[in-house]
Ligand binder design. Structure first.
Ligand SMILES: NC(=O)c1ccc[n+]([C@@H]2O[C@H](COP(=O)([O-])OP(=O)(O)OC[C@H]3O[C@@H](n4cnc5c(N)ncnc54)[C@H](OP(=O)(O)O)[C@@H]3O)[C@@H](O)[C@H]2O)c1
Length: 323
């Protein structure tokens, strides 16, 4: 089967397509034929070495596929089930892969392969950020950075449907309309304007209730400035670079903020958490609580181009790789 491998950390050129043999599934594992693969910014961190992984390695964490073979002790699934997953082991950029059964969820009818492959990692992340990291309520003021991005599309439109006032930032003029379509009541082009001043014009000096910051080093300090007293700073990504130090006195204590740096893994520790979260996401898709449109499709052999586009900030909305 064909798969994308990396043998060293580096730019998109280290993504190499290979023909490999796939082993048999172990007792609690299943063999999946992938139908659609989600493209995520975390794949860039794995490829570049920002999040070091043992090499050589496959790449990719999110895919929807059909179960072709099950291990001797698999209880939850059968051959032919359509499933999706968003977690280790890394290696979703593949025609087939082996996954432990406890990591999988069934895809309900009415959700396409492509949508399923981009709402597992991104959808579950939006679910835990909006419902569990911070319980978003009607009337809350939210700031989300990169509102025209993959997760941005899902999270901003979901936050809007929960009754929040959503402020989204974008890096270019062409993304402004997209962020509006994604449910942002206010859009700030942070390449042209100081977003801290713009947020203040919108919500006044009191600040916003919660900031979801996946951009990282470039926006971190400004995000803190936009928060209200006892607001919640959710730093959940590093598209512009990793924030590895915070000044507790200046950044947190000055306004008595709550600060968290969550990962999807912290919110899907137990199988029940994964099942409940996935159910909320699928229900939300089927009842159209959030907007979801695939922005671009790549062939497996073009995974390097997909990474180039993602890092060049050219993608607007979730993109998938078709094996
Ligand atoms: N912690 C978790 O559980 C979790 C789970 C999923 C995703 N995430 C994080 O969520 C964020 C969004 O993920 P995504 O996959 O949906 O990606 P994405 O938002 O589609 O792409 C990243 C966006 O970040 C913005 N950006 C700002 N500065 C950048 C820079 N220097 N280089 C590249 N992009 C820059 C760009 O939008 P503009 O041009 O509009 O600025 C770009 O489109 C990422 O940080 C990701 O790691 C975290």
């Amino acid at each position: 089967m064909k798969t994308i491998k990396i043998e060293k950390f580096g730019g998109p050129e280290v993504l190499v397509i290979k023909d490999v043999e796939i082993r048999k599934p172990g007792p609690k594992e299943v063999l999946i034929k992938n139908l659609s693969i989600g493209l995520n910014y975390i794949d860039v961190y794995h490829r570049s070495g920002l999040y070091p992984i043992p090499l050589p390695s496959g790449i990719g964490l999110e895919a929807c596929g059909i179960i072709e073979e099950i291990g001797s002790d698999v209880k939850l699934f059968k051959v032919g089930d359509r499933v999706t997953h968003a977690s280790m082991p890394i290696g979703a950029y593949s025609e087939k892969q082996i996954i432990p059964e406890e990591k999988l969820v069934i895809v309900p009818d009415g959700v396409s392969n492509e949508i399923a492959s981009c709402i597992t990692l991104k959808g579950i992340t939006a679910e835990y950020l909006l419902h569990r990291t911070y319980k978003l309520k009607k009337g809350d003021k939210v700031l989300y950075h990169a509102a025209a991005g993959g997760l941005g599309q899902i999270l901003c439109s979901w936050a809007n449907s929960l009754g929040a006032e959503v402020i989204g930032t974008v890096g270019s003029k062409s993304k402004e309309e997209i962020a509006k379509k994604n449910g942002c009541h206010h859009v700030i082009n942070y390449s042209e304007k100081n977003f801290v001043e713009e947020v203040e014009k919108i919500v006044g000096k009191n600040g916003v209730d919660v900031v979801y910051d996946g951009v990282g080093i470039k926006t971190f300090k400004g995000s803190i400035e936009t928060l209200k007293i006892r607001g919640m700073m959710v730093a959940f990504g590093n598209a512009s670079g990793y924030v590895d130090t915070i000044d507790v006195k200046k950044d947190i204590n000055a306004k008595g903020l709550f600060f968290t740096r969550p990962s999807i893994a912290h919110y899907t520790v137990k199988r029940e958490e994964l099942e409940e979260s996935a159910k909320k996401v699928f229900d939300a898709v089927l009842s159209k609580k959030f907007n979801i449109e695939i922005s671009k499709k790549y062939m497996l052999k073009d995974a390097g181009q997909a990474h180039k586009d993602l890092e060049a900030r050219l993608l607007t909305g979730p993109a998938v790789i078709i094996p």
